[in-house]
Design a protein around this ligand. Structure first.
Ligand SMILES: Cc1cc2nc3c(=O)[nH]c(=O)nc-3n(C[C@H](O)[C@H](O)[C@H](O)COP(=O)(O)O)c2cc1C
Length: 199
């Protein structure tokens, strides 16, 4: 099995999603010894955001050096994604959505004609047969009250992945990470239990 590991927390060693992503990978490696993996960490090594200077490298024909550099990054990220059987994503909630580092990755891999195509019935994913495991971390609650409505993280991720045909998505949820220690620990224990049950 080939695993693509994408972390995107900016909280370094204190990151909860990064720690749980590590546990997911350990679980996968135990189930499939000899698996290979490729790692990206957008929290410590971000890819450049889209700008007027580089966007044509991804969404048109590259011409300038900057545009060619963007096309090169996009090709590399897509080839890592294509080669993966399983993608493990660490996705902390920042300002009710995903981190800008992870959002940038989507800007580079969502390429019409490459990872999805347009059809009369809407976008059609060109990447199929992959499993995605997302570790979603959140300071507040996403399972009750107003927090449910203010979750622009999980539905958004499902949608972006689905456009490329990545529909086999499992979410591991670590919520209330900024609550009192006992609440936080109970939530982390539930997340760890969900990881232990991963096939
Ligand atoms: C810049 C920033 C913005 C955040 N925004 C939210 C938010 O909108 N809602 C929320 O519930 N928690 C928010 N949090 C808390 C994080 O979701 C929480 O600390 C989570 O555990 C982060 O995952 P990580 O430890 O892997 O980075 C925010 C944290 C940071 C650093």
């Amino acid at each position: 099995m080939n695993i693509l590991i994408l972390n995107s927390s900016v909280l370094g060693d204190r990151s909860i999603s990064r720690a749980l992503v590590g546990e997911v990978v350990q679980r996968l490696m135990r189930a499939s010894p000899g698996s290979t993996f490729v790692r990206r960490d957008f929290g410590s090594e971000p890819i450049p955001h889209l700008t007027a200077a580089n966007v044509a490298g991804i969404r048109a024909d590259p011409d300038t050096i900057t545009e060619h550099a963007a096309r090169h990054i996009s090709d590399e990220l897509i080839s890592e994604l294509r080669a993966a059987d399983t993608v493990v994503i660490g996705a902390p909630m920042y300002n009710f959505s995903i981190s800008t580092g992870l959002r940038s990755w989507f800007d580079y891999v969502l390429r019409a004609g490459v990872t999805f195509s347009y059809s009369e019935s809407g976008p059609k994913g060109l990447l199929t047969g992959k499993r995605v495991i997302v570790v979603k971390s959140r300071g507040g609650s996403c399972s009750e009250g107003v927090g449910r409505e203010l979750d622009f993280q999980e539905p958004y991720l499902r949608h972006l992945l689905g456009i490329m045909g990545l529909t086999d998505v499992t979410f591991i949820r670590a919520e209330m990470t900024n609550y009192a220690p006992d609440v936080r620990e109970a939530s982390l224990a539930a997340a760890r239990q969900a990881i232990a049950l991963l096939a």
